[in-house]
Design a protein around this ligand. Structure first.
Ligand SMILES: C[S@@+](CC[C@H](N)C(=O)[O-])C[C@H]1O[C@@H](n2cnc3c(N)ncnc32)[C@H](O)[C@@H]1O
Ligand SMILES: Nc1nc2[nH]cc(C(=O)O)c2c(=O)[nH]1
Ligand code: SF4
Ligand SMILES: [Mg+2]
Length: 272
């Protein structure tokens, strides 16, 4: 059941890093409430835990603007309803699953994500955080599913969704998309998978350089089976176009391939 029945559009602040405090109800505090775009149960569709029944908590608001973002209503047009951490925990418990995936938008821009993860962890849930790797937080994270954004993600006037202000975001996205301190912090603190969205062979030199740089800087190892290549594509038809190229690239480079199982199964249906 979607949680955003009474969803409101959260005005994007000039920094674009978060949903604004002025749309948060007065009785809530930024450390104990989250703008929630959707909350649903599905199979984990991506990464090393693919196929695992999981509750997905999708926060609204992002500090980046990938042109291909499959969650447009958390980034380009952030939409959601503010829920207290207590209410989110209650909604999660309505489903029969012991894995929770906190995603977005960018969940780690929100201070209250730390409290939510803490609460879920103490109730015994396994927690995965889907993050773009630009924000480090000390939190109860069992799997950091980090998806660093490549140059091919940067929005331009040509590739951005219709009607958005791509010009305002091109340089901001480019300046923010890689933060090695945050990436290394995540890799050192948590069990991590690096999950790259691959648009084609031209992405590979950047992936190799980034992986080597993280290996050089981090004290924790980053084995090849923790480097995942995922085909770009929001719809079944789009993933059909990229899947085999990306699988061949994974084989060639010794990295792991991850499907987009939810897209294969349910295409781009909301709440899946
Ligand atoms: C919507 S993002 C939210 C979490 C975080 N902001 C991030 O980007 O990692 C969830 C996952 O979907 C991936 N993703 C978004 N759009 C995609 C697309 N068009 N094709 C493939 N993966 C996509 C992201 O890279 C990330 O792994
Ligand atoms: N089934 C399913 N698996 C997913 N894994 C990561 C997702 C995300 O949007 O972060 C996602 C999603 O949206 N649906
Ligand atoms: S970082 Fe994640 S949520 Fe933000 S625009 Fe990119 S894919 Fe979408
Ligand atoms: Mg998704």
């Amino acid at each position: 059941m979607p949680v955003n029945d009474d969803a409101t559009t959260l005005t994007d602040p000039s920094t674009g890093t978060d949903a604004p405090s002025d749309s948060m109800p007065d009785d809530l505090d930024a450390s104990e409430a989250l703008p929630i775009n959707e909350l649903f149960c599905s199979l984990q569709g991506e990464g090393t835990l693919v196929g695992t029944p999981s509750v997905f908590v999708r926060t609204s608001g992002c500090n980046l603007r990938c042109w291909f973002c499959d969650s447009y209503h958390t980034s380009w047009e952030p939409t959601g309803a503010w829920l207290s951490v207590d209410d989110v925990v209650e909604r999660v418990a309505e489903f029969d699953a012991d894995h929770v995936v906190l995603t977005g938008g960018e969940p780690l821009v929100h201070e209250a994500s730390v409290d939510l993860l803490d609460r879920l962890s103490s109730k015994g849930y396994h927690t995965t955080v889907e993050t773009n790797g630009t924000v480090y937080r000390d939190a109860a994270i069992d799997l950091a599913s980090v998806s660093p954004k490549l140059a091919s993600s940067t929005p331009t006037l040509e590739n951005a969704p219709e009607g958005v202000d791509a010009g305002a975001w091109e340089q901001r996205h480019e300046a923010r998309r890689i933060d090695y301190d945050a990436l290394v912090g995540l890799v050192e603190a948590y069990e991590t998978q690096l999950k790259f969205v691959v648009t084609g062979p031209d992405d590979m030199p950047e992936i190799e350089t980034l992986v080597e740089e993280v290996r050089d800087r981090a004290s924790a190892p980053v084995p090849n089976d923790r480097v995942l290549l995922m085909p770009e594509g929001v719809t079944r038809e789009q993933v059909d176009e990229t899947r085999n190229t990306v699988a061949d690239l994974a084989l060639e480079h010794g990295y792991r391939y991850t499907p987009r199982l939810h897209v294969d199964l349910w295409n781009d249906a909301p709440g899946t």
